[in-house]
Design a protein around this ligand. Structure first.
Ligand SMILES: Cc1cc2nc3c(=O)[nH]c(=O)nc-3n(C[C@H](O)[C@H](O)[C@H](O)COP(=O)(O)O)c2cc1C
Length: 198
C-alpha cells in the first residue's frame, strides 16, 4: 500500500494560503499546462454518486478583460443607487487585471434528484480545495472571492449556466510578485473542534 508522510501532508495543508490579486504579478504567465494539472487535482475530489459537479469557466490571460467588464456591469445593474460605490466598481475591474487569469467556480447540477444541491456544492468546494493545495505546493497564488454579483442572475447568464447550476465565486490566479513573502496564518486549536463521545 502507498503511504504518505502525514507530517508533510499536514505541512502542505497549513501552507495553503489565499494570495490577493494585489500581490500577484499579472505579467508573469501561468501556463495552461500548470492549470490543467491543478484541475487534474480538482478532478479527484469526492462527490456523492460521482456526479463530479465542478466546472471552471476559465478566462485565460487577455480574456479576463471581458470578465472584468461583465463583473462591473453586473455590479452596476444589481446594486441599488444608494448602495452603489464607484470605488468598489473600479476596484472590481482593477483586481481582475491584477491577476493573470480568473476561473468562475461553477456547480453544474446533475440529473439525479436524490443528490441534494448542498452536496453538489460541497463537492465543488472539495475540488477547489484540492486545486488550492496543489497551487500552494508550487507557490502559485490563488484567491477565492465571492462577491454578491458572483451569485447573481447577470453572471449566470454571462456564463450561460443552466437554471439549476450555480456560480460559487471566482478564483483569481497568479504568480506572487517578486519578493513577496508567502504569508503565515493562524487557526484556533483544532482540539477545540473535536467533540469526543466515548
Ligand atoms: C467559499 C469561500 C468564499 C470566500 N470568499 C471570499 C471573499 O469574498 N472575499 C475574501 O476576502 N476572501 C474570501 N475567501 C477567502 C478567505 O478570506 C480566506 O480563505 C481566509 O481569510 C483564510 O485565509 P487562507 O485561505 O490564507 O488560510 C473565501 C473563502 C471561501 C472558502
Amino acid at each position: 500500500m502507498i503511504s504518505f508522510d502525514l507530517p508533510s501532508v499536514t505541512k502542505l495543508v497549513a501552507h495553503r494560503r489565499s494570495i490577493k490579486p494585489v500581490d500577484m504579478d499579472a505579467s508573469r504567465p501561468v501556463s495552461k499546462e500548470l492549470l490543467e494539472e491543478l484541475v487534474e487535482c480538482a478532478n479527484w475530489a469526492p462527490s456523492h454518486g460521482l456526479t463530479e459537479p465542478f466546472r471552471l469557466h476559465t478566462f485565460y490571460g487577455n480574456a479576463r478583460e471581458k470578465f472584468a467588464e461583465n463583473l462591473q456591469q453586473c455590479y452596476k445593474a444589481e446594486t441599488s443607487e444608494a448602495e452603489f460605490k464607484q470605488e468598489k466598481f473600479d476596484k472590481m475591474g482593477k483586481n481582475v487585471m491584477l491577476s493573470h487569469s480568473i476561473m468562475a467556480i461553477v456547480m453544474k447540477r446533475g440529473t439525479n434528484p436524490k443528490i441534494p444541491v448542498i452536496e453538489e456544492v460541497q463537492a465543488v468546494a472539495c475540488a477547489v480545495q484540492n486545486m488550492h493545495l496543489a497551487a500552494s505546493a508550487v507557490g502559485l497564488g490563488l484567491y477565492w472571492s465571492s462577491p454578491a454579483v458572483s451569485y447573481g442572475d447577470g453572471f449566470k447568464q454571462f456564463l450561460e449556466l443552466g437554471e439549476e447550476d450555480q456560480c460559487l465565486g471566482f478564483l483569481f490566479i497568479g504568480w506572487p510578485k517578486q519578493g513577496f513573502e508567502w504569508p503565515q496564518s493562524r487557526r484556533s486549536p483544532a482540539t477545540k473542534k473535536i467533540i469526543w463521545n466515548e
